[in-house]
Design a protein around this ligand. Structure first.
Ligand code: GLA
Length: 382
């Protein structure tokens, strides 16, 4: 394997190269860590990890996207790096993989990506999945895609103090070109659904800097777990609206709303999946709009700029389709699923109706729905 840049940076040649994609979620937000349903797609942008083994126990990592910053440490060094935040993903990956097998030598690692960072498109999941696949392959450790995704998630849960669910890593590992995957986290079942003609995706980055994401995200997770506990359930997946109303007096108003979002959102994933499969495109707009309202009012993870962007898109879709915020929330991206013929009109409407009032201009992406890092290594019935 040749990469002149790698050889110039490290002196030896690349032996393993892995690309893992980012994602956009069509519907099913914050449901993954409640054992619920999600419906994401992998995109054609993500992170590449190149590596070569060393003869000593030294790790040397260079990140192109952080100005070619170079960090060096010894294998087994598990101290959190407060200065170079990004290198903690590498430390976490080595730590998690060492739980599965012995690593006998150091590495030279080069990391670069082509997806926007911090936009709610899961750049951290693409990085962790790429690291897990590249390092495990170099160790001759054969990981099943689900196991690799769980290992990638463990890096963030255990080393980065982020209580994220498994959705982002699962789709980055298992995504399928042209398909969205309905994933049921109750018993990890994956059902692909082709994005049918004449529909297409539109992803718009509000470019509003996401703040409080970490703390608010972890807080939402605690509130959901508290609600399930009060209802004497293992998770909110077992809840339904009748039970929720029965317990309303014993739940705090916040817990009640958080649980209502999760219960209704799981139902919307089923509805959107079934409608896409059956070609009932007229319902798409309703499901996506209800999801956005639920995220805004019950889960309280939207922001005014995103609400406005969603509204502009929704009002300019004249035939079939819908729009909603996608991802963890508090800024980031909006996703629309709409008729191809309307794409240009909607893009023009965003420039005309949203951009003049917005403090920051949005970015419109033309992502292709792509394969996950492990797509060629597992069989899924479509
Ligand atoms: C982030 C997390 C995911 C998921 C989404 C919200 O992307 O990493 O696990 O919870 O937020 O759906």
């Amino acid at each position: 394997m040749k990469n002149k840049k790698f050889t110039k940076l490290f002196g030896n040649s690349v032996t393993t190269k892995v690309f893992a994609p980012g994602r956009v979620n069509l519907i099913g937000e914050h449901t993954d860590y409640n054992n619920g349903l999600v419906f994401p797609v992998a995109i054609d942008k993500g992170t590449t990890v190149e590596l070569a083994k060393r003869t000593d126990h030294h790790i040397k990592v260079i990140s192109k996207d952080f100005n070619y910053e170079q960090v060096e440490f010894e294998l087994g060094d598990t101290t959190y790096d407060h200065h170079n935040f990004w290198v903690n993903y590498v430390k976490g990956a080595l730590l998690e993989l060492q739980k599965l097998a012995t690593i006998n030598q150091g590495y030279n690692i080069f990391i670069y990506g082509n997806q926007p960072l911090g936009a709610g498109l899961s750049s951290s999941a693409s990085l962790t999945v790429a690291l897990v696949k590249a390092i495990s392959e170099s160790m001759d450790l054969k990981l099943e895609p689900v196991k690799a995704a769980e290992c990638a998630q463990a890096i963030e849960n255990n080393f980065l103090n982020c209580s994220c669910g498994l959705m982002d890593h699962a789709i980055s590992a298992m995504g399928l070109r042209g398909h969205a995957l309905k994933i049921d986290f109750d018993h990890f079942a994956v059902e692909p659904c082709v994005i049918p003609e004449p529909l297409t995706l539109l992803v718009v980055n509000s470019n509003v800097k996401r703040t409080l994401v970490g703390s608010e995200y972890n807080q939402r997770r605690i509130e959901c777990e508290m609600a399930a506990q009060t209802m004497q359930l293992p998770s909110l997946r077992q809840a339904n609206m009748d039970l929720l109303c029965e317990y309303q007096d014993r739940l705090s108003p916040k817990e009640f709303k958080r649980a209502r979002h999760i219960i209704s959102e799981n139902n919307r994933v089923e509805c959107l999946y079934n409608d896409l499969k059956a070609g009932n495109f007229k319902n798409i707009g309703r499901h996506m709009a209800a999801s956005h309202i639920s995220m805004r009012d019950d889960f309280e993870i939207s922001i005014p700029e995103i609400d406005h962007l969603v509204e502009v898109i929704q009002t300019n879709i004249k035939t079939i389709g819908g729009a909603r915020m996608t991802g963890g929330g508090f800024g980031g991206c909006v996703i629309a699923l709409l008729n191809k013929d309307e794409l240009q009109n909607v893009i023009q409407a965003i420039a005309k109706e949203y951009t003049p009032g917005a403090k920051i201009a949005p970015t419109i992406y033309d992502f292709k729905i792509s394969d996950g890092a492990y797509a060629s290594e597992y069989v899924i019935n479509t």
